[in-house]
Design a protein around this ligand. Structure first.
Ligand code: THU
Length: 158
């Protein structure tokens, strides 16, 4: 039998996080709502920190041709890789604004973004740490995004 477990650190308020973690979550929250989400009205913002300490933001960008839209996380990864080539993406904070107010837990990245995060950790040979948070500051910390995509398909399979 094979059993796979994931471990997340869970916090109720932003003040429980380290100053560095708080600053990354705040950077993501600051840009919430500046994306392009007229179809879902569901705004997502992702802030990633590269090893040189810089922070790169991505927001979701939707399109009238729905599949053309892109999630905040993949925008943030693309921005970081383009603007800071060769710099490792150490961590990423992901926050969302849910118009229905149904959710109280943090948001976990979609499957496609987990795949992109998996590729990122492969290409830089080090994990991407995730800070999943809601606007009120409740957060889950995941030390390695790969743990959210067990048994993943990657370049070693090709
Ligand atoms: N979205 C993200 O940006 N990231 C996720 O991890 C989940 C979903 C966006 C895509 C779309 O613009 C909106 O949220 C609703 O699915």
């Amino acid at each position: 039998m094979k059993k796979i477990e994931i471990t997340l650190d869970s916090f109720d308020t932003l003040s429980e996080l380290s100053a560095s973690d708080q600053s990354l979550v705040r950077a993501a929250i600051e840009r919430l709502g500046t994306g392009h989400a007229p179809y879902s009205n569901f705004h997502v913002s992702a802030a990633c920190r590269t090893q040189d300490g810089q922070i790169w933001i991505g927001t979701n960008q939707e399109n009238a041709s729905f599949p053309v839209g892109i999630c905040a996380e993949r925008v943030a990864l693309s921005v970081a890789n383009m603007q800071a080539p060769g710099q490792k993406v150490i961590e990423m904070a992901i926050v969302y604004r849910d118009p229905s107010h149904r959710h109280k837990d943090p948001l976990a990245p979609c499957g496609m973004c987990r795949q992109a995060l998996s590729e990122q950790s492969q290409r830089q040979a080090s994990p991407v740490r995730l800070l999943l948070a809601n606007e009120k500051g409740a957060s889950w910390i995941c030390e390695d995004a790969n743990s959210l995509l067990p048994l993943s398909f990657d370049l070693r399979d090709l």
